[in-house]
Every structure is written in structure tokens, then in C-alpha cells.
Design a protein around this ligand. Structure first.
Ligand code: ADP
Ligand code: MG
Length: 447
């Protein structure tokens, strides 16, 4: 799963289309599309083939414009990539030159989002503490709080603050080497380097060529048993050399399903919470974003929106994007009526429901075309054993229960669950089909 700006808008678009199309059409055309990357002004979608791309654009262009950022030509700002076919050739059939070209020569860093700076981060009572802690770290990296651990809900500005630190350090001290990564990228890089037998180079890079390490979304390390140790070692080496580490997460360290060693390390420094902004801050954020987009928005409208969208800044941004797209498309001023019309769906926020094992079993059964009763049973045929392991893996990933409890729900022991998790994790590292099936299950669980 990606932690990103425009993803939210994409999810809303998918939700919107789902209610207006047949299940078959949805399954064939929309469900296989994956978000690969996104920023506040563009989204990258991976499609299985160019027909899906054409289908999307010819049937939903208007809706896409309404939901997603638009480019200067008024087109939806989407970059398409066609999914690579399943890897079939073994490495020996690949020309050597290609292998050399593809081997990562140095780790991929996340480009800092140019909009995510301290100056553009609107302060309020719920994020002031985090912002000043972040500034403290940016001014004196490695000397104040180490690590700085930032946690809080989705879309509340964690990534924004993390990148702000990066910008600040880069602009004030050119000698310091800043490396900003998402946990997903770190894991992928590890996998690539293991494959290319260049793991030592990667270790060397992280342990001696980085002064400030910014790690986004550490919660993704939770289901990656095999990678936690490597991360922990890197972490310790850097801290021991007084190199600054900043970590973001959707939960505080103690609630992460990570080893005690890892949790203790993350609690070494300062743990700071970024909360939901209160009304005045939300209004200020809306006004700031509207101004950036060149949208003329009266004060009472900003209040009206801020009263109805209250727990996610990213959604406030989505609201502005949508509103500006609509007002531009229809050539209308921003009135309460237009807001009601265009943002009504965003106003009806459904509280995230708790996911149950039954729900997971149902979704897994649907995607893998087996019966729920088979998943619950103990048949060991391959057709059933794999989806059963997937269900265990997803239960572990999504349900905040101990392995023992989860084991009990499946009528199995905790070590069976653990074994399933490890095995699925290993498989998804290079099985694209399985990965896609799992994300289909995840999508249907969350819809
Ligand atoms: P998180 O990483 O916590 O999920 P992000 O940092 O991606 O959230 O923030 C989501 C969007 O909301 C970003 O575009 C960010 O710029 C914006 N945002 C969040 N908080 C603020 C704030 N206090 N002031 C201005 N923009 C904010
Ligand atoms: Mg984030």
C-alpha cells in the first residue's frame, strides 16, 4: 500500500465508479489498475495493458478530472505505465550489459517533494510540538533528539514534515548527505541487492554514506519479518555514529508489531504525535491550498468545508482539487451550492470498520475461487492451502490481535500462522500474480 497524496482521490474515484458500473466491467477494467506513485499534482497508474488505459480515459475522463489533479491542459494528470509481463527468462538469458545497467549502482532515494517545506506547513495546537521538534532536528541534526519518531493518522502531514527536515538540512548544510526513503523502497532495495549480490555495497552506503536518514512509514516493516533485522542493524550503526534518524509511522512504537529490540530503539529519542487539526487550522489549510491553486474561495465556504471534513488534511486537499476542477469545468463561482454538489460524498465519512477474520476469509475465497468452508478446513491440496495461508497472512497484517488469538480464530496454532506469514511474504517478493491477487483481496476488504 502506498502512502500518498492523490491516492485518496483515486480511491474516491474508484468508489464513485464502482457504484455506477456492473461488477463484471468493474472487475475487468477498473480493479486491475494499481497506483504506482503519486504526488499532489500527478498520479502514476499501472495498467495491465493499453486497452485498460484507453477504456479509462474514454469512459471516465470527466470524472477523473473532477477527482484527480488536472494538468495545464485541463486533462487528468495521469501517467500510465503498462505492467511488465511476468518474468519468464532466467537471468542467464539476459544480456550482461542489461544486468549491469539494471543493477542499482547506488540506492534509490525519494525525491523530496518541493511543496513539503516548513514554510508551507500550517501550524496549529495539534501539530506545533511535532513541527518544533522537527525544526530542532533539522537545525542540529544528530545533536538533539535521535531518533525523532513521528506518528499520527493518515493524511495529517507526517511525510510533509519529514521532507521539510530534508529540505532544511540540504539548504543549510550542503555537506550533509540526506537520504529519504519509504520503508517499502528500503525493502525493495534490499530484495534487489540480495538478488544482484550487491548487498554489501548497500550496507556500506547506508552505514557510512548517510548523515541524515529519513524513513517514511515504518509500519510497513511490520509484515516483513525477514527485513526487520537488517533495518535494525543499520539503525543502530547510524545512531552510534550520531547520524540523525527520523522515522514516521501511523502508530506509536509500542503499538507496532515489531520486535522488542526494534521498538526499544525507536523509543530511544523523542516520540512526537501529530494530531488532527482543529477547525481554525483546517480553515487556514484550506485557504492556503486554495490560494496555491488560484481558486477564489470565500471564508464562509472554507469554514463550511472544514466543518464537514475533519480528520484528514489530505482529504481537505482533495476537496480543493475537486472543487477547483468543477468550478473550472462548469465555469461557476465557489458557492455553498457547488460545494454541496461536488463534495457531498466526501462529507459522508464512513468510520473505518473493524476488519474480521470472517470478512477476510470471504474476500480471499472470492478472489481465489474457493469455498470459505475449505479455507476453514484442513485439506492440504495446493488450491486451498495457498489461499488459506493468504488469509492468515492478511489477518495478521490487518487485525490487531496476537498470533495466539489469530491462531485460535483459524483453529490453528500460532506457529502455523507465523509460518504462513513468512511463506507468503517470501512468495510475494517475486510472484507478481500473487501480489496482485492479494491486493485485490485487500481492496475488497476495504470497500
Ligand atoms: P501523512 O504522511 O501523515 O499521511 P502527508 O504528509 O502526506 O500525510 O500529508 C497529506 C497532505 O496534506 C500533503 O499534501 C500535505 O502537504 C498536506 N498537509 C498535511 N498537514 C498539513 C499542514 N499542517 N499544513 C499544510 N499542509 C498539510
Ligand atoms: Mg505519509
Amino acid at each position: 500500500m502506498l502512502a500518498c497524496d492523490t491516492c485518496e482521490a483515486w480511491t474516491q474515484f474508484i468508489h464513485f465508479v464502482k457504484g455506477r458500473t456492473s461488477a463484471t466491467a468493474f472487475g475487468n477494467w477498473l480493479a486491475p489498475i494499481q497506483v504506482r506513485d503519486s504526488s499532489s499534482d500527478e498520479i502514476t497508474l499501472e495498467v495491465p495493458n493499453v486497452f485498460v488505459q484507453e477504456y479509462l480515459l474514454s469512459n471516465y475522463k470527466k470524472d477523473l478530472c473532477a477527482f484527480l489533479p488536472v494538468n495545464v491542459n485541463g486533462e487528468p494528470a495521469i501517467k500510465f505505465i503498462v505492467a511488465p509481463q511476468q518474468k519468464k527468462a532466467s537471468i542467464t538469458t539476459t544480456p550482461l550489459v542489461k544486468i549491469i545497467e539494471e543493477a542499482p549502482s547506488h540506492p534509490l532515494e525519494v525525491k523530496l517533494n518541493p511543496n513539503y517545506r516548513f514554510e508551507t506547513f500550517i501550524e496549529g495546537p495539534t501539530n506545533q510540538f511535532v513541527k518544533s521538534a522537527a525544526m530542532g532536528v533539522a537545525i542540529r541534526p544528530g545533536m538533539s533528539y535521535n531518533p525523532l519518531f513521528i506518528h499520527g493518522g493518515v493524511g495529517l502531514g507526517k511525510t510533509h514534515i519529514l521532507h521539510s527536515i530534508g529540505h532544511y538540512v540540504q539548504s543549510t548544510n550542503k555537506k550533509l548527505r540526506v537520504q529519504c526513503i519509504t520503508t517499502e523502497a528500503f525493502i525493495n532495495e534490499l530484495v534487489d541487492n540480495l538478488r544482484n549480490k550487491s548487498i554489501d555495497r548497500m550496507k556500506r552506503f547506508y552505514r557510512s554514506d548517510v548523515d541524515v536518514l529519513l524513513v517514511d512509514d515504518i509500519q510497513f516493516l511490520q509484515n516483513r519479518l525477514n527485513f526487520e533485522e537488517e533495518f535494525c542493524n543499520t539503525f543502530e550503526t547510524l545512531i552510534n555514529q550520531h547520524k540523525q534518524i527520523v522515522i514516521t509511522s501511523d502508530k506509536p512504537p509500542s503499538q507496532l508489531k515489531l520486535s522488542e529490540r526494534m521498538i526499544a530503539r525507536m523509543e530511544w529519542g523523542l516520540v512526537a504525535h501529530v494530531g488532527v487539526p482543529e477547525l481554525e487550522t483546517r480553515v487556514a489549510i484550506l485557504q492556503h491550498k486554495a490560494q496555491q491553486k488560484g481558486l477564489d474561495m470565500p471564508n464562509h465556504i472554507a469554514f463550511f468545508i472544514a466543518e464537514h471534513i475533519y480528520n484528514n488534511v489530505r482529504q481537505l486537499e482533495g476537496a480543493i482539487n475537486r472543487l477547483s476542477a468543477h468550478s473550472r469545468m462548469l465555469n461557476l463561482a465557489v458557492t455553498e451550492e457547488l460545494v454541496q454538489k461536488t463534495l457531498r460524498e466526501m462529507f459522508q465519512q464512513i468510520p473505518a470498520q473493524k476488519i474480521s477474520v470472517e470478512q477476510i476469509l470471504k474476500c480471499v475465497a472470492a478472489v481465489f475461487q474457493v469455498r470459505v468452508s475449505d479455507l476453514k478446513g484442513s485439506t492440504r491440496t495446493k488450491e486451498v492451502a495457498l489461499p488459506r495461508q493468504v488469509a492468515m497472512y492478511l489477518a495478521w497484517k490487518w487485525i490487531n490481535e496476537s498470533l495466539q488469538m489469530l491462531g485460535a480464530s483459524f483453529g490453528k496454532t500460532h506457529s502455523t500462522i507465523l509460518h504462513a506469514c513468512k511463506s507468503i511474504e517470501k512468495k510475494i517478493a517475486d510472484d507478481d500474480t500473487l501480489r496482485r491477487q492479494i491486493s485485490m483481496v485487500e481492496r475488497s476488504i476495504s470497500s
